[in-house]
Ligand binder design. Structure first.
Ligand code: PLP
Length: 377
């Protein structure tokens, strides 16, 4: 008899752990009835600021809105270029295009999957060739590990660019002892259910130290409000986080550190057991990851067979991402750094993500490890 299929991400185990607290939190919101910007929203924002060490945490409706609001606050628009990695989720460049600016795609590094700082110079050149003004870099913390913000900062300062951290996958990770939320000039994260810290719907948050920017971003998420909600001082959006989602996140944040430790224990075990047979993900010495994904690299011509073998053993896999963004029809017209994005192209053919979540017990980890060893043999 075939063994039961393992969950790729198991949200049920977490729910069972805190179901009573979640039910009570939702009941409190139903009782007070302030579904929009209720008291839980402020409480969550205080908790998020304390967790990250950022001066301001501003909750919002999604990770996509978090990116959008940050760029709107900085006045990015037509004629501007924003450099971003070619190997990322669509939401990163989508927000740049939505405000009328142009993404300029830069390659990533092998190993960390994050922006290759050596490619930024070629990104600037491509922007200028296209007649655009380089304004910002969106660094993406892919699969849960912060990008190389130290080196990105040096480059950004030299070129007078600002840094937006797309931390949708890395909330809770650290770099050189600093927590995600304090690494970019502005940081955007997502609480989509499958992200390391997820709610039960869409949600996101923005982190910033600058008081003026915090005020502008708070206004933008509330339709550009001024002193009150019928005093409109700028163009904004409906970008609020629901009170119910804030109430859920308050409870989930209480167990998040414990869950990060559990994710790291799983990743460590995968790495120790698999590094001799397959290319495992690398975390830089100065960084910690929250393992939004645990992503292997396998030979491109064998990936489909390896995934099929794992599937037959009850181990689901995912391909994040099957194509670099500039290879998508919708993004074909935007500039790519000269020399192209060969690493992104190759990674899109080689990556294979394994099941990863904090409630993966050792017996299940062992099943996954054995199945991978058999599949790549
Ligand atoms: C999930 C994700 C987003 C978007 O977050 P949503 O909450 O789904 O809008 C943006 N960037 C990256 C890298 C993501 O993984």
């Amino acid at each position: 008899m075939a063994a039961a299929t393992i969950d790729f991400i198991d949200l049920k185990a977490q729910q069972a752990r805190i179901r009573r607290e979640i039910d009570a939190a939702i009941t409190r919101v139903l009782d007070h009835g302030q579904y929009i910007m209720g008291p839980e929203v402020k409480t969550l924002e205080k908790d998020l600021a304390a967790f990250t060490g950022a001066k301001h945490a501003i909750s919002c409706a999604s990770g996509t809105d978090a990116l959008l609001i940050a760029m709107m606050a900085k006045g990015i628009g037509p004629g501007d270029a924003v450099l971003c990695p070619a190997f990322t989720y669509t939401a990163t460049p989508e927000t740049i295009a939505l405000i009328g600016a142009s993404p300029v795609f830069v390659d990533v590094e092998d190993g960390s999957f994050n922006l290759d700082v050596k490619g930024l110079e070629a990104g600037i050149a491509a922007a200028k060739t296209a007649g655009l003004t380089p304004r910002a870099i969106i660094a993406v913390d892919l699969f849960g590990q912060p990008a190389a913000y130290d080196a990105i900062r040096a480059f950004a300062d030299a070129h007078k660019l600002w840094i937006l951290a797309d931390a949708a996958q890395s909330f809770g990770a650290t770099l050189q002892g600093k927590t995600v939320g304090t690494l970019g000039d502005i940081t955007a994260t997502s609480f989509f259910p499958a992200k390391p810290l997820g709610c039960y719907g869409d949600g996101g948050a923005i982190f910033v130290d600058d008081d003026g920017l915090a005020k502008v971003m708070d206004s933008i998420r509330l339709h550009g409000k001024g002193e009150d909600k019928y005093d409109i001082v700028r163009i904004g959006i409906n970008g609020r986080l629901d009170t119910i989602q804030a109430a859920i996140l308050i409870e989930k944040l209480k167990i998040f550190k414990d869950e990060i430790a559990a994710r790291n224990a799983v990743a460590q075990r995968f790495t120790t057991s698999l590094r001799s047979v397959v290319t495992v993900p690398e975390v830089r010495q100065s960084a910690t990851s929250v393992w939004a994904q645990y992503t292997l690299q396998v030979p491109a011509d064998r990936r489909a067979a390896i995934a099929a073998s794992l599937k037959a053993a009850g181990v689901p896999t995912q391909i994040y991402y099957p194509r670099p963004v500039p290879a998508q029809e919708a993004y074909a017209k935007y500039p790519v750094a000269s020399g192209g994005v060969p690493v992104s192209d190759r990674l899109s053919r080689e990556v294979l993500s394994l099941p990863m979540h904090p409630y993966l017990d050792e017996a299940t980890q062992d099943r996954i490890i054995s199945a991978v060893k058999a599949a790549v043999a």
